[in-house]
Design a protein around this ligand. Structure first.
Ligand code: NDP
Ligand code: MG
Length: 397
């Protein structure tokens, strides 16, 4: 029996994770679940999965959850706050941690899981983008096992049998690899007239052609910052320098990424676009379990297309490559500015094309430093958030 903590259980990835878990009742037991504010959804999950512990964002949310669970006769212990999140991620009772909180809020608990040597199922790419080397060092030092959930990185992982399937926890040149080919759907605005992008609404930006996801990552997919964050994520997970990572637009989202080798071989992983496939892969690794995803029917799909990304249409992609090349805390600045700008766009305070302008302004004006400690990273994260807020206030004025 594998005992699991799901961080961000009420989100898109969290719900898909519990869907797979529920298909294999004898195999997985849920130790703990977390949410931020969606208390009713979390209560329903507690009724179904009977975790020992549940964590929410505030004392008020904890009171509401506790009342709901009392009424339902469920004995789950209710806690709140970051310390509690770190505790359910690192408790000795836990074998595996699904890291599926969105954004920088996931850094502390994901790092706690890494330091405690857990099997980490990593969806929360922002945590790795922010902390890079520090996170990978924590994984290496504790002997944690790091399995990528992001569909592209899960595909790359499956296409790199030379690592025995284990993500290298030290930055090492992936032997024999010529290029990592990171596929991207291009999101909802791949072919839309660039001149009209300023006027798109949050609803349009969140309507992804192939994937159903949380709002933040949906906007990131529309700007292609998601792919930019994934380039940085691939750098850390697979030890590949920026020049070895290539983004390929593939609108069908059937090939989830590829690895091209020096002998001319290209290995790829294919599947229907449903996150339950990479989730099931990582949950059961190195075995295989059913995920509920339909088998891929290539004759139905018939056509797979590929093209190069347009960096003028998607300036966020260029900003992410620049941050990776700059190194140090530059990716943390980029990530923080992006989180603030995306939220401002979702709140209708800025237009879609102002997202990349805010990020560029923050990374251009703030000096980036050495990412020698988590405190240094968090200080840069806070500075970038303040600078982004000021920039947005200036745009609104
Ligand atoms: P969602 O927005 O759907 O869910 C986010 C989860 O995190 C919810 O459980 C939410 O709780 C919780 N949460 C939000 N803010 C906080 C906070 N400040 N502190 C603690 N918990 C918080 O996101 P997704 O599931 O789409 O994405 C989760 C992560 O997985 C992201 O990092 C994303 O980049 C990554 N990912 C997602 C994919 C997808 O298909 N969705 C694909 C690949 C990667 P509440 O519900 O109470 O708000
Ligand atoms: Mg992805």
């Amino acid at each position: 029996m594998q005992r699991i903590t799901v961080l961000g259980a009420t989100g898109s990835i969290g719900v898909s994770t519990l869907d797979v878990v529920a298909r294999h009742p004898g195999r997985y037991a849920v130790y703990a679940l977390s949410a931020h504010s969606r208390v009713e959804e979390l209560a329903a999950q507690c009724v179904q999965f009977r975790p020992a512990r549940a964590v929410v964002g505030t004392a008020a949310a904890a009171d509401r959850l506790a009342a709901l669970l009392r009424a339902a006769g469920v004995k789950t212990e209710v806690e709140w706050g970051e310390q509690a999140l770190c505790s359910i991620a690192s408790a000795p009772e836990v074998d595996s941690v699904m890291a599926a909180i969105v954004g920088a809020a996931g850094l502390a608990p994901t790092l706690a899981a890494a330091r405690a040597g857990k099997k980490i199922l990593l969806a929360n790419k922002e945590a790795l983008v922010m902390s890079g080397q520090l996170f990978m060092d924590a994984v290496r030092e504790s002997g944690a096992v790091l399995l990528p959930i992001d569909s592209e990185h899960n595909a790359i992982f499956q296409s790199m049998p030379q690592f025995g399937g284990r993500v290298p926890a030290v930055r090492e040149q992936a032997a024999g690899v010529a290029k990592i080919l990171l596929t991207a759907s291009g999101g909802p605005f791949l072919t839309r007239d660039v001149a009209t992008l300023d006027a798109v609404t949050p609803e349009q930006a969140c309507k992804h052609p192939n994937w159903s996801m949380g709002r933040k990552i949906s906007v990131d997919s529309a700007t292609m910052m998601n792919k930019g964050l994934e380039v940085i994520e691939a750098h850390w997970l697979f030890g590949a320098p920026a020049d070895q990572i290539e983004v390929v637009i593939h609108p069908q989202s059937v090939i989830h990424s590829m690895v091209s080798y020096v002998d001319g071989s290209v290995l790829a992983q294919l599947g229907n676009p449903d996150m339950r496939t990479p989730i099931a892969h990582a949950l059961a690794y190195p075995e295989r379990i059913a995920s509920g995803v339909a088998q891929l029917d290539l004759t139905q799909i018939a056509t797979l297309q590929f093209e190069q990304p347009d960096f003028t249409r998607f300036p966020c992609l260029a900003l992410a490559f620049d941050a990776l090349r700059a190194g140090g805390t530059a990716p943390a600045l980029l990530n923080a500015a992006n989180e603030v700008a995306v939220q401002a766009f979702l709140d209708r305070k800025i237009g879609f094309r102002q997202i990349d302008r805010v990020i560029a302004q923050v990374v251009d004006t703030l000096p980036h430093g050495d990412a020698h400690s988590i405190d240094a990273v968090l200080a840069q994260d806070a500075a970038a958030r303040a600078a982004a807020e000021a920039c947005i206030a200036g745009l609104a004025a």
